[in-house]
Design a binder for this molecule. Structure first.
Ligand code: EPU
Length: 422
């Protein structure tokens, strides 16, 4: 197992290009099951979750080939591999997002057997809304022996109103509806840029989806979808994480391939804290840190609100911002395991139910910490960048799931950061 070792207090400077979005790539790859013929998807990050998703698709009979330049070629053909409809526990347990093959399998192969993903360290993560949505389209679904077993004769368009916003639940219903008979309306659909990207991808492949980015999606079922060339959106969470790396080290960095319109909540909050952010056109923005940051209150919410996937990173920054900040986690109320690790670095954080109260201190101190999940890991790396002394971060395999060569890229910007085999 590898660990990351950081000597803190180095100012970051330079330019960095943001990779394609993990959470757009995963459902888009799964949606290739619906297409007849090859697709080439550009901007795929080189991370473990993409490898896991590729494995799942190969297991379902798909051809999946990654090229050096971050393009992935995926091919499924109508009528082939109809007897393959299982996403097994060995693969699903590695990555909860593998649940997003459920909708495409049900639509295309009329059967799906997907290991029940269970909870995870960031919270309970039920899938009741996915199941209700697919059942409304006509699927029979039961859970037996740890698997979701779904089958259907013919999916039929209907009106679905989600009782709560769910990103992958919306993706599953959307992918099930595109080839269903008739019209499906999805009320209270998730509007996250990654869901929008999936919808744009499907439309390019021949689907008829309207209301993209709004609360209500309308899907007119079509007979067939074809392979396409597509480029996925830049990763707004990677962009936000690197922006905070610039801010927390009082650095001066330029992000390329950052979509401003997806980053509004993050940019507004960073400016409120005291970080200077200057967009300079062409999806480029400059982040300039300064000496004095102030406490803010922050609440995670569905898009366009503050993403829960940025909560741990903001917590790291607020540890050194003067005054009392309150973070309220509205998406995953238990997603605070990193708070205890940050406390080991000297942070003054008290978790009270779904809120964390942070009192800013002048500096964090390096020590040994442990990563509990992907974004918690990002928060700890950011804390390590500004801490006095050496920070050793263990269990970094969580980081490899979602950030492409994070340590290497931060090192190019001037961080003293190494990856070491333990
Ligand atoms: N929920 C339900 N029932 C459901 C589904 C969700 O009650 O059937 C609840 C959840 O418990 C949670 C809320 O709805 O309170 C939102 O969960 P959502 O379904 O939107 O989460 P997800 O689709 O499973 C995706 C991302 C997560 C991200 C969340 C929230 C992917 C692959 N994953 O998960 O990303 O935190 O949306 O934005 O897109 C990450 O990248 O590190 C990550 C965890």
């Amino acid at each position: 197992m590898d660990k990351i070792v950081i000597e803190g207090e180095n100012r970051l400077e330079g330019r960095v290009r943001i990779n394609g979005a993990k959470n757009a790539a995963l459902p888009i790859m799964a949606a290739c099951i619906l297409l007849d013929g090859p697709s080439r998807i550009k901007g795929i990050p080189d991370i473990i979750d993409i490898q896991t998703q590729s494995e799942i698709l190969r297991n379902l009979g798909g051809g999946v080939k990654k090229t050096e330049d971050g393009t992935i070629e995926i091919i499924f053909r109508d009528g082939e591999n109809d007897d393959k409809f299982t996403a097994p526990y060995e693969l699903v347990r590695k990555m909860r997002a593998s649940i997003c093959v459920l909708g495409p399998l049900l639509s295309k192969r009329r059967r799906a057997k997907v290991s029940y993903p269970g909870g995870c360290v960031i919270g309970q993560r039920p899938i009741d809304l996915h199941i209700k949505g697919l059942a409304a389209l006509g699927a029979q679904i039961e859970t037996t022996e740890g698997y979701i077993n779904a089958s259907v004769d013919k999916l039929k368009g209907t009106h679905i109103s989600f009782a709560g916003k769910t990103v992958l639940g919306t993706c599953n219903v959307l992918t099930a509806a595109v080839l269903a008979e008739g019209i499906t309306t999805i009320e209270y659909a998730a509007c996250e840029p990654e869901v929008q990207d999936l919808a744009h991808f499907l439309n390019k492949a021949g689907a008829k989806i309207t209301g993209i980015g709004e609360n209500k999606l309308t899907v007119e079922g079509v007979q067939k979808l074809h392979g396409v060339d597509y480029e996925i959106i830049p990763d707004r969470i990677e962009a936000g994480t690197i922006m905070i790396a610039g801010a927390i080290t009082r650095g001066d960095i330029v992000l390329e391939n950052a979509r401003l319109e997806h980053l509004s909540a993050i940019i507004d909050k960073l400016r409120e804290i005291g970080v200077e952010i200057t967009p300079s056109g062409n999806n480029t923005l400059r982040v300039k840190g300064n000496g004095a940051y102030h406490a803010v209150d922050l609440m995670t919410l569905p898009y366009p609100g503050m993403p829960t996937d940025m909560q741990a990173q903001f917590m790291a920054l607020l540890c050194i911002a003067e005054g009392k900040s309150i973070i309220t986690e509205k998406i995953f109320p238990d997603r605070f395991i990193h708070a205890a690790e940050l406390r080991r670095m000297g942070a003054d954080i008290r978790v009270d139910g779904p809120s964390a109260i942070i009192r800013g201190i002048p500096f964090l101190s390096g020590t040994e910490v442990m990563v509990s999940d992907l974004r918690a890991g990002a928060g700890l790396v950011l804390a390590g960048l500004v801490a006095k002394g050496t920070t050793q971060i263990h269990r970094i395999y969580h980081l490899d799931r979602g950030y492409e060569r994070l340590a290497e890229r931060l090192s190019v910007l001037g961080a003293t950061i190494k990856r070491i085999s333990e």
